[in-house]
Design a protein around this ligand. Structure first.
Ligand code: FAD
Length: 319
């Protein structure tokens, strides 16, 4: 099987991973990006809130990024999935990864930018609408449904905040509690701003005959029309490799997030993480920025190692 050595292996070629590759390529580092081709926002036809690219295709952005990286001879992007990672059994810091194909690669440093998976509530019809008429982020997709009928289906009582963000965009917001016990202050806030509260359970998302959205069905059979559905899925970081490498995590709102410093460095020497793998709050521009910072951080760390090695080599030459 093929085995190649790199300065840096980046697992995940979304906004974070490609942005890191750009900085490392510009630093003349030999970089391998391995990407499974399933960015989190692949379900959406358009992305928003991305300056210079507002209302454009998220996949076009990544294709443009990949095209830009072809300028840098030492950056290679490979389609595939990394199935395991382990520290090198040497004195020097380094990692070996194995791809699904069986290929093995080693690198001095590793960046995990594998994003996260949205674990949707188990509602018939919802997955089919995900990224089209069912979304989660008011900043990403709220303006498009301004003044329309918005159904916010709760997964947790704290989702009242999301409903309030939507109220900024439309006076026709209904908050479906799904059994969540609303604190008095949150309920009063919804009522005061004219957000309808529905305690009957939503049991189905209903499409229309043209492949669009008709609304939702409640457990007593009542149907409510809606133009858009908002939910707050549970974020599930794609962190298998980080766990294998024993990166430290911190539990926040029931999710274990990898602990990173502001440059994306984990507690494991030589291992970085950036983008949605490290925080669900990471939009495309934020993931891109995190990748940029991680790329420069990794290059700086490699430069420090290069200095140590050069000084040691010189000392042994002198000695
Ligand atoms: C429906 C929807 C709409 C959205 N709309 C917007 C929007 O309008 N504006 C906005 O700013 N943000 C939006 N987002 C958020 C946006 O998708 C994320 O912020 C962004 O994708 C994070 O980038 P990332 O590089 O961290 O992860 P991702 O883009 O998810 O990229 C991770 C990559 O890693 C790959 N990968 C995972 N595991 C492996 C492995 N083991 N080996 C190899 N490759 C692997 C995946 O295949 C994927 O290509 C939206 C999200 C959703 C769900």
């Amino acid at each position: 099987m093929q085995r190649t050595e790199w300065d840096v292996i980046i697992v995940g070629g979304g906004s974070a991973g490609l942005s890191a590759a750009l900085m490392l390529g510009r630093s003349r580092r030999r970089v391998l990006v391995v990407d499974g081709g399933e960015p989190r926002n692949r379900f959406a036809a358009h992305m928003h809130g991305v300056l210079g690219r507002d209302h454009s295709s998220p996949l076009d952005l990544l294709a443009a990024g990949r095209a830009e990286l072809t300028r840098y001879d030492d950056v290679v992007i490979e389609s595939g999935t990394v199935v395991s990672a382990a520290p090198l059994d040497t004195e020097a810091i380094g990692f070996e990864v194995v791809l699904e194909s069986g290929e093995r690669h080693t690198a001095r440093r590793m960046l995990v930018a594998t994003g996260l998976r949205d674990d949707l509530p188990d509602l018939p019809g919802l997955a089919e609408e995900w990224g089209r008429n069912a979304v989660s982020c008011p900043y990403c997709d709220g303006w498009e449904v301004r003044d329309r009928r918005i159904a916010m289906i709760a997964t947790d009582a704290s989702n009242t905040h999301q409903a309030q963000l939507l109220r900024q965009l439309s006076p026709h917001v209904t908050f479906y509690t799904q059994g969540a016990n609303l604190p008095d202050a949150a309920r009063a806030g919804l009522e005061a701003r004219g957000i309808a509260i529905e305690t009957r359970a939503v049991v189905e998302v209903v499409g229309d005959d043209e492949g669009g959205l008709r609304g939702i069905r409640l457990d007593d059979g009542t149907e409510h029309e809606a133009d858009s559905i908002f939910v707050a899925p549970r974020p599930v970081p794609n962190d298998r490799l980080l766990r294998e490498l024993r990166a430290r995590t911190m539990r926040q709102n029931g999710v274990d997030w990898v602990l990173v410093d502001p440059s994306g460095r984990t507690n494991v020497p030589g291992l970085w993480a950036a983008g949605n793998i490290a925080t669900a709050a990471s939009s495309v521009p934020v993931a891109m920025a995190a990748g940029n910072v991680a790329g420069t951080g990794i290059n700086g760390d490699l430069v420090e190692e290069d200095i140590r090695e050069a000084v040691a080599a010189r000392a042994s030459d002198d000695g």
